[in-house]
Design a protein around this ligand. Structure first.
Ligand SMILES: [Cu+2]
Length: 163
C-alpha cells in the first residue's frame, strides 16, 4: 500500500499536535499546579449563614503561617471581604503564608478568582469549595467574581493583602 506524501505529512503533523497537547497538559499539572478543586461536602444553601463553618466567617490562623479563610459568596459580595461591603474588611497576611479558602454560595453560582495566582474555582450554592494557595510575593491581590451573577456582579470584589 502506497501512502501519498501529503498524507504522510498530515499524519506527522497530527502526531506532533498530540505530543504537544500531552506536553501542555503535563506542564499545566506539574509545572503550574493546575488541578480541579475537589468538592468538600454539601450544605443547605439557604441555611449557609447558620451552618458551620459559615456561621463564623473570616480568617483564622490554624498553625504558624497557615490560615483558613471561611467565605460566603453572596449577591454581590465576597463576605466578609471589604470590596463594596461597608461592614467587610481586607485580609492581611504575612508573605509566605498558606491560605485555605473554604467557600460556598448562599444564592447563585459565583466564580472565585484571585488575580496573579492560580486560584480559580466555581462557588456553587450549597457545595463547599476549598482551594489552598501559598502567597510568597508581597502585594495586593484582587479577588473577583468571574461568573456573571446578576446586576451588580462587577461590584463583587475584594482584596488579599500580603505584607
Ligand atoms: Cu459574579
Amino acid at each position: 500500500m502506497k501512502i501519498h506524501a501529503y498524507e504522510r505529512i498530515y499524519l506527522a503533523l497530527c502526531a506532533v499536535l498530540i505530543v504537544l497537547g500531552v506536553i501542555a497538559v503535563g506542564m499545566s499539572v506539574f509545572a503550574r499546579g493546575v488541578h480541579l478543586p475537589a468538592p468538600h461536602g454539601t450544605i443547605l444553601a439557604a441555611e449557609a449563614v447558620k451552618t458551620a463553618p459559615f456561621d463564623n466567617l473570616g480568617l483564622t490562623e490554624v498553625a504558624p503561617g497557615e490560615y483558613q479563610m471561611v467565605m460566603l459568596g453572596q449577591m454581590w459580595q465576597w463576605n466578609p471581604l471589604k470590596g463594596e461591603n461597608p461592614n467587610g474588611k481586607d485580609i492581611t497576611i504575612p508573605a509566605g503564608s498558606t491560605v485555605t479558602f473554604t467557600i460556598t454560595s448562599s444564592d447563585v453560582v459565583h466564580g472565585f478568582m484571585v488575580r496573579g495566582t492560580n486560584i480559580n474555582a466555581m462557588v456553587i450554592p450549597g457545595q463547599i469549595t476549598e482551594v489552598t494557595y501559598t502567597f510568597d510575593k508581597p502585594g495586593e491581590y484582587l479577588v473577583i467574581c468571574h461568573e456573571y451573577c446578576g446586576r451588580f456582579h462587577h461590584k463583587m470584589w475584594g482584596k488579599v493583602i500580603v505584607s
